[in-house]
Design a protein around this ligand. Structure first.
Ligand code: NI
Length: 226
């Protein structure tokens, strides 16, 4: 499932992120790439664990935890501290797969990458190119969103970032280990949760709302690692 989650950050939060990114220390993005992806990767990244990266990361993880659409779709168990990248004209990231298991450098913290997010921090009119392209069984999907919006997609997908041909593309990205490992089960729970919300709006007093909510939680109880 590919899901666009709008307005994860407010305009003020985007502005604060941009200010921090303006003074953060940047390095070659290959520092966090695996063997295959290092050959394909050409961008810049904020130094992991720098004060700017920590403040940015905390703001984004907090916003994710408060976003009901994200939580319903991802059912997050663990969130990798977000990383931040910058593409200037000529930079790109060729087709690659993300590592299945990631450890935060210098810590015992480790997670299985079930889901990936890219949170856009530049407005679409600030740069040309730079689309995130995610390949799934329905083909390739090119994604370019307003600043503050994110795309959630299965970390199992091959993906790439088209070359930037004008301006600067700033984004945050991270991985999520979900309480529900299987994409199909997670998608079913998401559909059920969204449908319960609609029934609850239309028929708030109806007994079916409680019965369906009970089904949702009993499925989650069967499938979740918590
Ligand atoms: Ni990737």
């Amino acid at each position: 499932m590919l899901l666009h989650v709008p307005k994860v950050l407010t305009d003020a939060q985007v502005a604060r992120c941009r200010e921090l990114m303006g003074r953060a220390p940047w390095v070659d993005g290959r520092v966090t790439a695996g063997h295959q992806s290092a050959r394909a990767k050409d961008n810049r990244q904020i130094v992991e664990g720098s004060p700017e990266a920590r403040e940015l990361g905390d703001a984004i993880v907090g916003a994710l935890e408060r976003n009901p659409l994200f939580v319903s779709a991802a059912l997050p168990l663990r969130v990798f501290p977000p990383l931040f990248n910058r593409y200037e004209p000529g930079m790109a990231f060729g087709s690659h797969v993300d590592n299945a298991v990631r450890q935060v450098t210098g810590t015992p913290f480790r997670l299985r990458t079930d889901l990936s997010i890219t949170l856009f921090l530049s407005q679409p009119d600030e740069y040309d190119g730079g689309e995130l392209v995610v390949e799934d069984t329905y083909g390739a999907h090119a994604v370019k969103l307003p600043a503050g919006d994110l795309i959630l997609y299965p970390a199992t997908s091959l993906h790439h970032v088209n070359p930037v041909t004008r301006g600067t593309r700033l984004a945050a990205f991270c991985w999520i280990q979900s309480m529900v490992r299987d994409d199909g089960r997670r998608a079913l729970l998401f559909d059920l949760d969204m449908a319960i919300g609609q029934v609850n709006q239309a028929l708030p007093e109806h007994h079916a709302v409680i019965a369906l909510t009970n089904c949702y939680h009993n499925l989650l109880r069967q499938w979740a690692d918590a």
